[in-house]
Design a protein around this ligand. Structure first.
Ligand code: FAD
Length: 415
């Protein structure tokens, strides 16, 4: 088989791959990205958090993202029956950006990959990594060239970063998969022409709504700048799709069951088939090994509720790029203390709040009108993605803080 040689090979040109590649290239390393699909391609995950713009800026991609005309996002709103509340990311505990974007991922991911290419990263589309050999010090990936009669070739590198997202390439090939701590849930989603005319509806915030009777079912509305929105519903399969009615019909039926959504979307044009994803929560036994590290969704994915996926993916890209730069410069790197553990600080924060969301504790807290402004600012920080800021007590001790506050909510019910 023909063999190519590159210093670093990255599997996948999504946000994690593009940012890791650009950060390494900016430090002078030769980087190749192998991407199975042709961009632009659809991906789910359209609401960014404010913190992730810091990594996009560091990778030299912020001006291009800002120039693309994406919908500005400044917070998260929550609806449940006739209750409505919101958190503004500009009013938060941690320093850092207070606004971000809601993006059509096909366009956003294309911009990020193009920006990496402009900086000298080699991006090869329609190249599928099909096997991996880490038995010697310079790992070898076997690749199928989907653009060229499925020709098989190999790439040997000093290091491989797996940013293959739901492809989970190295987790599968190296037998690293481990079950998520979360039960399997399902998402049904589509894009609509929203025609929202409710004057109170805020296009600059993601709207998260809860099913009036079944608190385990929740919805997103993510408005784009084009007059269209992403709409989705999440819950255990048995709760949201027990009928054989087709995905779009299920989504529309469930939207109609939530009075606030039924009202807001009363004029919507449902012109696109719905897609489904299930069992997306996943984990791995380790985030790194000799010659490789796993980034973003190729490692662990928690849950979509806090839109934390891309922020975690970009944080992992930054930490891995820094560690790998030092290693390629001849330093000894401890990937456990320099990559895995620092990444887990924020992942564990989000994990605690995802658990709290589905137990109902965090939902109670979100709608707790008597919460002090200081506490709401700390929660706003986490919702904006600053889940690694351990000066925030809600990051330092998420479970204890959540428990204490939810007891308070229960002792002083609002109605
Ligand atoms: P991806 O963006 O998935 O990119 C991986 C790339 O690797 C793909 O382009 C793929 O083609 C390529 N690839 C795969 N296999 C191979 C192979 N064998 N060879 C070569 N290339 C390969 N996150 C948010 O931040 N905000 C949200 O609002 C949000 N909503 C979500 C809603 C749902 C229902 C779900 C399930 C997730 C949501 N997420 C959200 C999470 C988000 O989708 C991911 O966290 C994010 O896309 C991860 O980026 P990534 O770069 O790790 O992987």
């Amino acid at each position: 088989k023909p063999i190519k040689h590159r210093t670093v090979t990255i599997i996948g040109a999504g946000p994690a791959g593009a940012v890791a590649a650009a950060l390494l290239k900016r430090k002078g390393h030769e980087v190749l990205i192998l991407e199975r699909q042709q961009f632009p391609r659809f991906s789910i995950g359209e609401s960014l958090l404010a913190h992730c713009l810091e990594f996009i800026e560091e990778a030299g991609m912020l001006p291009a993202v800002q120039a693309a005309g994406f919908q500005i996002k400044n917070g998260a709103a929550f609806g449940w029956g006739d209750r409505y509340t919101w958190f503004d990311f500009r009013d938060k505990f941690s320093p850092g950006p207070g606004t971000t974007f809601q993006v059509q991922r096909a366009h956003f991911d294309q911009i990020m990959a193009n920006e990496a290419m402009k900086q000298g990263v080699e991006v090869r589309y329609r190249q599928e990594v099909i096997s991996a050999d880490f038995s010697n010090s310079n790992p070898i990936l076997t690749v199928r060239d989907l653009a060229n009669s499925n020709i098989i070739y190999q790439v040997q590198s000093e290091y491989v970063l797996d940013a293959s997202g739901y492809g989970r390439v190295l987790a599968r090939l190296l037998d690293l998969e481990s079950p998520s701590s979360f039960p399997p849930r399902k998402a049904i989603f589509t894009h609509i022409e929203d025609r929202i005319d409710d004057i109170q509806f805020d296009r600059e915030k993601i709207l998260i709504s809860i099913h009036p009777q079944e608190r385990g079912i929740w919805y997103w509305v993510i408005p784009f700048s084009s007059g269209r929105s992403s709409v989705g519903v999440v819950g255990k399969s048995a709760l949201i799709a027990p009928l054989e009615e087709g995905s779009l019909a299920t989504l529309r039926r469930l939207v109609d069951e939530a009075p606030n959504l039924k009202r807001i979307l009363h004029n919507a044009v449902w012109d696109t088939p719905a897609s489904t994803m299930s069992g997306y929560s996943a984990n791995v036994t380790r985030l790194h090994g000799p010659g490789y590290a796993l980034l973003g969704n190729a490692a662990e994915f928690l849950d979509p509720i806090f839109s934390s996926g891309i922020t975690i993916a970009l944080r992992s890209a930054k930490l891995a790029a820094e560690a790998l730069h030092r290693q390629l410069s001849g330093e000894t790197v401890n990937w456990e203390t320099d990559f895995s553990q620092p990444l887990q600080v924020g992942v564990e924060t989000f994990r605690a709040y995802v658990e709290g969301w589905y137990s109902g504790e965090f939902q109670d807290l979100v709608f707790y009108e008597k919460a002090q402004p200081g506490i709401r600012r700390m929660i706003s920080s986490i919702l904006a993605g600053y889940a690694w800021d351990t000066t925030n007590p809600f990051v330092a001790e998420p479970r204890r803080r959540l428990r204490t506050l939810s007891e308070l909510c229960r002792q002083s019910p609002q109605r």
